[in-house]
Design a protein around this ligand. Structure first.
Ligand SMILES: Cc1cc2nc3c(=O)[nH]c(=O)nc-3n(C[C@H](O)[C@H](O)[C@H](O)COP(=O)(O)OP(=O)(O)OC[C@H]3O[C@@H](n4cnc5c(N)ncnc54)[C@H](O)[C@@H]3O)c2cc1C
Length: 425
């Protein structure tokens, strides 16, 4: 692809989020006249909230195992054509010095996520991208010389190429909605079922209020119809509706995957201990001082508020009784709970709390190299609107940047659509 084998094209980007801003920058760098339409009163609203304001903008471990969707072709192609090191360099050239933290998470060295937005906005301005905020696109149709894009206020924009960068439904308080899916479906695209992902899990348990706010380094597994489908370790946070924390957010995707099947969560309070070592530890604690009240036997091992809950779950309800009165089979049951505490799942919190959307535009309908729609030549797709979602830790923004770069370049400089009757040339 060279920058000088085409006439100047107009590229219209719908959506001024992460992928849309980068697509606009790349299309402009590749010589196109670029207009970006954003329905909110400013671009990059959600970006400011990412990484708790620090913007975890990449993950150096970006590999296909960290991305989910019905088909992997587009994911593998994007990872190959726009690897994470290239995206990191892209941001370094914009001015972001990366700071790499645990598990490959990358933040701006300044710890200020707003810096990423500042520099993207500067670059769009510098390249002459026309940014129109407060313009919600409600339809776009192919016309003889390209596309006509219509906004809610009745304004019409003519353009040669369109980049659909409308994101997903997650984070509705930052303006996310499902209008992008409706636009794509109207052009013949298939939308796979949409679910909130990277979101807190709701549990059915009477002890939730007691444990509200307790943090615990452990692990959790999602069990579907009796089979463990995924396990994640890290800090668990008990809440009054269920459970949160990084490992839980990762697992939430699986909760909606099989809606017709039963779903349970296994909480592993001592994930690095063998069954035998847990049992031995408990037996020692219960027999060291036979007169010690039961509720003190686990002090020094567990968070205080966890103790009464796990004892009661094991059927040990008389918390003041001396340790020697507790039958061995109750200690054995307690060991089972410490290893695998099974709790029914009732669902997840909703789009407001979710960080990403599972499901979206079927990726088999997208060219894996150019990210152009196979249904509508001249339409390019980026970011979360596709049926691709990443794990927690910078993978979703990597996906937004990488797809934005690829789509922006091809929209501006890709070869002419000779088999497209609506192509302007
Ligand atoms: C609270 C929160 C924290 C997160 N933290 C991280 C993190 O630290 N690291 C990470 O990798 N990911 C994180 N994510 C996920 C990440 O922000 C998204 O996956 C990413 O922003 C998706 O980029 P996008 O360009 O596809 O969509 P978005 O960034 O959502 O942008 C879409 C834009 O399109 C606009 N739009 C939608 N419809 C229309 C329309 N019809 N007309 C005009 N404009 C329209 C929207 O207003 C929006 O500005 C977080 C998400 C949330 C909600």
């Amino acid at each position: 692809m060279t920058q000088n084998n085409y006439e100047q094209r107009k590229v219209l980007v719908i959506g001024g989020g992460a992928s849309g801003m980068v697509a606009a920058i790349e299309a402009a760098r590749y010589g196109a006249r670029v207009v970006l339409l954003e329905k909110e009163n400013r671009v990059g609203k959600k970006l400011l909230a990412t990484g708790n304001g620090r913007c975890n903008f990449l993950n150096l471990q970006a590999e296909d195992r960290h991305f989910h969707g019905q088909h992997k072709d587009v994911i593998q192609s994007v990872l190959y054509h726009m690897p994470v090191q290239e995206v990191k360099l892209y941001f370094e050239l914009l001015g972001i010095t990366p700071k790499v933290e645990e598990d490959g998470k990358v933040y701006p060295y300044s710890d200020q996520g707003s810096n990423v937005l500042d520099l993207l906005r500067y670059e769009m301005d510098h390249l002459g991208v026309e940014v129109n905020t407060g313009e919600k696109v409600v339809s776009f149709d192919k016309k003889h010389k390209g596309w006509i894009v219509k906004t809610a206020a009745g304004k019409e924009h003519e353009t040669h190429r369109v980049v659909l960068a409308t994101g997903g439904k997650a984070g509705s308080q930052f303006g996310a909605d499902d209008s992008g899916y409706a636009l794509a479906a109207g052009l013949g695209h298939t939308i796979t079922p949409l679910h909130p992902a990277l979101v807190q899990i709701k549990l059915a348990a009477h002890w939730l209020k007691t444990l509200k706010g307790v943090k615990w380094q452990g692990a959790a597994s999602v069990v579907i119809d009796g089979t463990v489908v995924r396990q994640e370790a890290g800090e668990l946070l008990f809440t009054d509706y269920g459970i949160s924390g990084p490992p839980v957010l990762q697992l939430s995707r699986q909760v909606h995957e099989y809606p017709e099947k039963s779903c349970e969560l296994l909480i592993h309070l001592l994930p690095h201990w063998t069954t035998e070592s847990i049992y031995e530890q408990l037996m020692t604690r219960f027999h060291l001082d036979p007169d010690k009240p039961v509720e003190l036997c686990l002090v020094g091992l567990f968070h205080k508020r966890l103790i009464s809950v796990v004892l009661k779950e094991a059927g040990i309800t008389e918390l003041m009784q001396p340790a020697h009165q507790v039958p061995v089979k109750s200690i054995s049951r307690l060991a089972d709970i410490c290893r695998e505490w099974k709790v029914p799942v009732t669902g997840t919190l909703s789009w407001n709390q979710a960080q990403v959307t599972a499901g979206g535009i079927e990726t088999s309908e997208i060219d894996s190299i150019t990210l152009m729609s196979k249904c509508c030549p001249g339409l390019y797709l980026t970011g979360e609107v596709m049926d691709v979602d990443g794990d927690c830790g910078g993978f979703n923004l990597y996906w937004a940047w990488a797809t934005g770069i690829i789509a922006g370049r091809h929209a501006a400089a890709g070869k002419e659509l000779s088999n497209d009757p609506h192509s302007i040339h």
